[in-house]
Design a protein around this ligand. Structure first.
Ligand code: HPA
Ligand code: MG
Length: 227
């Protein structure tokens, strides 16, 4: 394959599995989920097993692209904790089963910008005051979901100021929203419709993190947990 062909192929495999707007999702009756959320969800949009399979492949792509240096993983809490834990786990397995090993350090930062299902202007970054240890390092930021990309843009600026050698972003979900910033993750799990999703550590006012699948919240679910 010509060089541009290889690059195009790499880009495609990292762009994510596209879930169309017309896709109605899977009926909740086809899966098990906590009974305390019955009536609070519309459908399953990405089942847990599919998340795990895609994560395994993303781990391999990340190894291929970053595998020759040690990495500082920056896990964006709280929504990114489950994806980060599973991704790091998959990278560890690949690392053990090959002679290409990557020493990894994992650091946690916390961002909060959502109230109910709306993004608020004020973004709080917690645990990121002194990231001077990132200087000269390869950094992998791990996010659960990227909406407009504005949060990611702010975070990238913040991290860049500490002069890492390289920054890559892995996002499990990217939403198809209007006014998307040009900032998109380098490694994407799934591109999803612009609907409010919960589960696999993604919350609505702190609820639903204890749900394994990624689901669309129902209108009654939003009402029930509104603050
Ligand atoms: N769900 C949970 N958190 C989010 C979402 C979402 O759809 N979009 C941005 N943050
Ligand atoms: Mg949240």
């Amino acid at each position: 394959m010509a060089e541009f062909g290889v690059q195009a192929e790499k880009r495609r495999r990292n762009e994510g599995i596209v879930i169309n707007d017309e896709w109605p999702g899977y009926s909740l009756d086809l899966f098990s989920y906590p009974a305390h959320y019955s009536g609070d969800l519309d459908c399953v949009i990405v089942p847990h097993g599919v998340i795990m399979d895609r994560t395994e492949r993303l781990a391999r792509n990340i190894m291929d692209d970053l595998g020759d240096h040690d990495i500082v993983v920056l896990c964006v809490l709280k929504g990114g904790y489950q994806f980060c834990a599973d991704l790091v786990d998959r990278i560890k397995v690949l690392s053990c089963n090959s002679n290409q090993t990557i020493p990894m350090r994992v650091h946690f930062i916390r961002l909060k910008s959502y109230l109910n299902d709306q993004s608020t202007e004020d973004l709080h970054i917690v645990g990121a005051d002194d990231l001077s240890f990132l200087a000269g390092k390869n950094v992998l930021i791990v996010e659960g979901i990227v909406g407009t990309g504005k949060t990611m843009e702010t975070l990238l600026k913040h991290v860049e100021a500490f002069r890492p050698k390289m920054i890559k972003v892995a996002g499990l979900l990217v939403k198809r929203v209007q006014n998307r910033s040009t900032c998109v993750p380098d490694f994407v799990g799934f591109e999803i419709p612009n609907r409010f999703v919960v589960g696999y550590a993604l919350d609505y006012n702190e609820y639903f993190r204890d749900l394994n699948h990624i689901c669309v919240i129902s209108e009654s679910g939003k009402k029930k947990y509104k603050i």
